[in-house]
Design a protein around this ligand. Structure first.
Ligand SMILES: *Cc1c(COP(=O)(O)O)cnc(C)c1O
Length: 227
């Protein structure tokens, strides 16, 4: 068995254990394979294991990889910082964006989403532990951004994403609470459509699953250390 196949099986078992330990339904946490810096061949290998959803951080690299694998039924997630001059390519090639943090970017993605594609699935990245200089919208700015995204039919708002500082697992609970608060306070948000908490990486997936993560974003534990 290849190293990736072995890692993939271990990771699936690790997620299943985390679900069980947290009293969550088996299969309720999706695995997003973070393939930044990895080749198209590596993606192909993970695909052969059964992996379908892949996350990319850099627009150019992601678009090239997507173009290199047209025959595979993959779901591509953009998870990196997104500048306004790169929105067109993301709108045209990706299925999901996890790193939306500004209304201007939301409007551009909506305008540039080709009409022959289904709505872009979107999570808002929240700077949940409020670190200066970090990506993500501040919790206080969130309701206005949520309302703005809900008004754009080319975008479907799916949930929230965070990257807390290492060891701060309280941030996962805070993000889950933030989602609940939004469901109560914003008309037009439904729990079935606004169903995603994108949180947890190789080092902290157990804490994220315990707090209610529905999608963990894993690079290192699947593909090894990045050089
Ligand atoms: C790189 C990256 C990951 C994966 O991190 P690992 O520690 O390698 O699992 C997850 N989310 C984002 C936004 C990333 O940039």
């Amino acid at each position: 068995m290849s190293e990736i196949a072995e890692n993939w099986l271990k990771l699936r078992a690790r997620i299943a254990r985390a679900e069980q330990a947290a009293g969550r339904t088996a299969g309720s946490v999706r695995l997003l394979a973070v393939s930044k810096t990895r080749s198209a061949e590596v993606v192909r290998e993970a695909y052969a294991c059964g992996q379908r959803a892949f996350g990319e951080n850099y627009v150019q690299e992601g678009v090239a990889k997507i173009a290199a694998l047209p025959e595979l039924d993959l779901e591509w997630h953009f998870i990196g910082p997104l500048q306004s001059n790169k929105t067109r390519e993301v709108a045209a090639h990706f299925h999901w964006v996890h790193s939306l943090e500004r209304e201007k970017i939301a409007r551009r993605l909506a305008e540039q989403r080709p009409s022959y594609l289904p709505p872009l699935q979107v999570c808002i990245q929240v700077n949940i532990d409020d670190e200066a200089g970090k990506s993500g919208c501040l919790p206080g700015e969130l309701p206005a951004l949520v309302r703005a995204v809900l008004a754009l039919p080319q975008l479907q708002l799916r949930g929230l994403m965070c990257i807390p500082r290492p060891g701060n697992s309280a941030a996962f609970t805070d993000l889950a609470k933030t989602r609940q608060d939004l469901l109560v306070s914003i008309p037009g948000l439904s729990a079935t459509r606004f169903d995603t908490l994108s949180m947890g990486m190789s080092e902290d997936l157990e804490a994220a699953v315990a707090a209610g993560s529905s999608m963990v974003r894993i690079g290192t534990a699947l593909f090894g250390r990045r050089s």
